[in-house]
Write a protein that binds this ligand. Structure first.
Ligand code: PEP
Length: 252
């Protein structure tokens, strides 16, 4: 399966800076045989799309979506609206949204299902907090978040979905999760999926690792069985650093 690397700008870069990032990243030498996407704030999707022109690398990823198709949901954005920008991926359930906006497993499940219906690949973020880890609840939390997130996906959909295992204690802290530990979490997520969609289908779902990934540790993850890519926050804000990270992840 093709590795997927996603740059997550989080709440950085409005339309003016977004265009500059895309143009600078397009000048980077990039590995072949890898999927690369950039998760941009909604307000910057149009600028990112116009800076890309006809180019498809990096693919556009949205950072969130609402589950209804249209209606009285002031401030929200639907999956069909995202398709108008040629968005191919969308994050759902990022821990920053779970923590700061109270997103629940049920909301995440509805969002993932809405994306799949619109033909956008949901990248479902799951991961335990530091407290949950300390209480020995990490595996229970992962099991619950994973099962809930896929509970509303259609079995016969042609649109794939992906997971990102992001231990909350590793995000933006510089305390990356050891690759071996990430492997165990990925195995658990895949195991939960296998129960619902079958072993063969579960093997085809990409599970990314996210949490303080940088140019120094990316190879550890990329050489770990069951890790199929990375979701990169801080180390993606500079397009040249993210370009280097892509080349380091997949040496040519
Ligand atoms: C993220 O934004 O999802 C993330 C993993 O951030 P960072 O790489 O900065 O830890």
């Amino acid at each position: 399966m093709k590795t997927l690397l996603i740059a997550n700008w989080k709440m950085h870069y409005g339309p003016i800076k977004a265009g500059g990032w895309i143009r600078a990243f397009r000048r980077e030498r990039l590995p072949k045989d890898v999927d690369i996407a950039v998760a941009v704030p909604h307000v910057s999707l149009a600028a990112a799309r116009s800076s890309l022109g006809r180019a498809s690398i990096p693919a556009l990823c949205a950072q969130d979506v609402f589950w209804a198709d249209d209606g009285a949901f002031t401030g929200e954005i639907s999956a069909s609206m995202l398709t108008e920008f040629g968005v191919q991926y969308c994050l759902v359930g990022h821990s920053e949204r779970r923590i700061h906006l109270g997103e629940t497993d049920d909301m995440v499940a509805k969002k993932a299902a809405a994306l799949q219906k619109a033909g956008i690949i949901p990248v479902i973020c799951v991961g335990e907090t530091e407290q949950q880890q300390k209480r020995g609840e990490a595996l229970k939390v992962l099991r619950q978040q994973t099962a809930a997130a896929i509970s509303q996906l259609a079995a016969n959909s042609k649109t794939p979905f992906a997971f990102a295992y992001e231990p909350v204690w590793a995000i933006g802290t510089g305390k990356a999760c050891p690759a071996q530990k990430a492997k165990e979490a990925h195995e658990l997520i895949r195991g939960v999926m296998a129960k619902k969609i079958g072993e063969t289908a579960a093997q085809q779902v990409r599970i990314l690792y996210g949490g303080s990934v940088d140019v120094h540790n990316i190879v550890d993850y990329m050489t770990t069985t069951g890790v199929n890519g990375a979701l990169v926050g801080g180390a993606s804000l500079d397009p040249r650093v993210f370009g280097l990270l892509c080349r380091t992840a997949i040496p040519s």
